[in-house]
Write a protein that binds this ligand. Structure first.
Ligand code: NAP
Length: 492
């Protein structure tokens, strides 16, 4: 990299109070910064300014990270784990603005979304700290059947020896927190492989955890060529669990490469918000807009399909278009911006192309549809055919395709018609209808009168079908994933 260029860009960034100076980061092997000639440049998707650089790791760093984790170090009591997580929570509050600026700069997410994300990561740390104090054993009395004996069976949960956690770009901090905090809570060492598109937040979070007292063997963070870092680690028999969040094709590849080990897959989604005839229209409009546009539409649980009863479609559309106009897009670092960019220009070009293909199939744009670089306008599009790419596959951006249905049978069939099964939101005031959707939708979550993405950070979360194998995450479930259960029995 050209040193002079860095200095010039550093100066220009210091002129804008919303921009941080360029961050020159390195991967860490168990607390040690690596030396490397191989440098990744991280640029803002909005204006291509240099946000930072990362010294990348190679295969020998991956080997060193495995060895350091397995060699171990200071064993952590429950109180130690609580203290580290709670200290990290406090440090994150103190450094909220810095983290929000890094998230926004490297991902293009609006700064207000980035601030919100730091709040979510705070909750993950808080819940993991709380859970780390709870006993997780069970007791079974054995004299409870004619075959019984005067014994008791007890369970304990032991940490796995090493976890590989692979994270996507779309929540650069919270996805990482959702992997590492539960692993710390149970004492499982982690090698983190964050997205190459958003590595700076992950490295800064790693440093924050070291600052909070996390023993270095407990965490390494590696970025580098997939064939030197990610895939060999996925395959390595010393890695006892691969916890992956990302796209369906990569998740399916990991499941074949991993072989005989635990694999957690949190994959893509194509979530509907389903608005029934009896729905409160203003609630429906608010939730459909929040679900479609928050985080630039780049959430696995973003609203990707608005399914509306045909009798209320026109009223809904009029109000929804008006509401969508309030989701202004622009410079992510400006506190007034509601919708930032998508992750890069290539993704925005893809979104534009799926909109154009839907139009060729008869759909009509009611708002937006234009792209400038990586900025994609919030786009309302109606009369979308049921087989259009933008509703059959995951379109990861601020698109709001509207499809109408005739009755509840039709809505359930339409909702279940894609390969995905992550989450859903149902807008209705009719309890019987709500219960039918809860029972009949083939998804991991059904939220009544809420967006599909609604959750708290400790509740079970995860999809089925192509969205995942039905193994849940969320702090409590993820803690179980990072352990194995040992049973022992005694005369009693
Ligand atoms: P992605 O392309 O699948 O990448 C995810 C991670 O996998 C990145 O760190 C990537 O590294 C790594 N990777 C790529 N190829 C790999 C391989 N062969 N072996 C091991 N790791 C590999 O996903 P993304 O585009 O970053 O994220 C968006 C996707 O994530 C969307 O589909 C979204 O729905 C999904 N997602 C799901 C959930 C959920 O909870 N269900 C939550 C958030 C996001 P590089 O960056 O180096 O390529």
């Amino acid at each position: 990299m050209n040193e002079d260029a860095t200095v010039v860009e550093n100066k220009s960034q210091q002129n804008n109070p919303n921009h941080l100076p360029v961050i020159n980061a390195r991967c860490y092997v168990a607390g040690k910064k690596i030396a490397s000639e191989n440098i990744l440049e991280v640029r803002s998707p909005y204006d291509q300014r240099l946000v930072g650089t990362v010294a990348l790791a190679n295969a020998s760093h991956a080997e060193q990270a495995i060895e350091a984790a397995l060699k171990g170090g200071q064993k952590l009591t429950r109180y130690d784990r609580f203290s580290i997580l709670d200290k990290a929570r406090q440090l994150l509050i103190e450094r909220r603005d810095e983290f929000a600026k890094i998230i926004s700069a490297e991902s293009g997410l609006a700064i207000r979304e980035a601030i919100y994300e730091t709040g979510r990561a705070h909750d993950v740390l808080m819940f993991a700290a709380m859970e780390s104090l709870k006993d997780d054993g069970q007791i079974f009395s054995c004299d409870i059947s004619p075959q019984g004996k005067a014994r008791k069976i007890f369970t304990t949960r032991d940490p796995l020896s090493l976890a590989l956690c692979i994270t996507p770009f779309n929540h650069p901090l919270n996805q990482v927190a959702h992997k590492i905090a539960p692993a710390i809570a149970v004492g499982t060492p982690v090698i983190l492989k964050p997205s190459e598109k958003t590595p700076l937040t992950a490295i800064k979070f790693t440093e924050l955890l070291y600052d909070a007292g996390l023993p270095h063997y407990m965490l390494s963070v590696l970025l580098g060529p997939t064939n030197e870092i990610a895939e060999p680690l996925v395959k390595d028999p010393r890695v006892e669990i691969v916890s992956f969040t990302g796209s369906v094709p990569v998740g399916k590849r990991i499941s074949t490469v991993a072989g005989y080990k635990k694999v957690i897959l949190e994959l893509g989604g194509n979530d509907p918000i389903i608005i029934l005839e009896d729905a409160d229209i203003d609630t429906a409009v608010h939730l459909a807009a929040e679900g479609s546009y928050r985080n630039s539409g780049q959430r696995c649980t973003a609203v990707k399909r608005i399914l509306i009863h045909e009798n209320i479609k026109d009223t809904f559309i009029e109000k929804f278009v008006a509401k969508s106009k309030t989701y202004t897009c622009g410079d992510p670092s400006d506190p007034a911006t509601v919708v930032g960019t998508v992750i890069d220009e290539a993704s925005a070009i893809y979104l534009e192309s799926v909109v154009n293909r839907a139009i060729e199939q008869g759909a009509k744009i009611l708002l937006g549809g234009k792209r400038t670089g990586a900025l994609m306008e919030p786009t309302v599009i109606t009369d979308v055919p049921r087989n259009a790419d933008m509703v059959v596959h995951e379109s990861f951006g601020p698109l709001a395709p509207i499809l109408s249905f005739k009755n509840i049978d039709d809505a359930i069939a339409l909702s279940n018609s894609t390969a995905y099964g992550l989450s859903s939101g149902i807008i209705t005031n009719n309890m019987q209808h709500a219960i039918r959707f809860i029972k009949e939708l083939k998804v991991g979550t059904v939220n009544i009168n809420e967006v599909p993405g609604y959750r708290i950070e400790s509740s079970p979360f995860g999809g089925i079908k192509d969205s995942g194998l039905g193994v849940k995450e969320g702090v409590i479930e993820a803690m179980k994933c990072f352990t194995f259960v040992k049973t022992f029995s005694m005369p009693w």
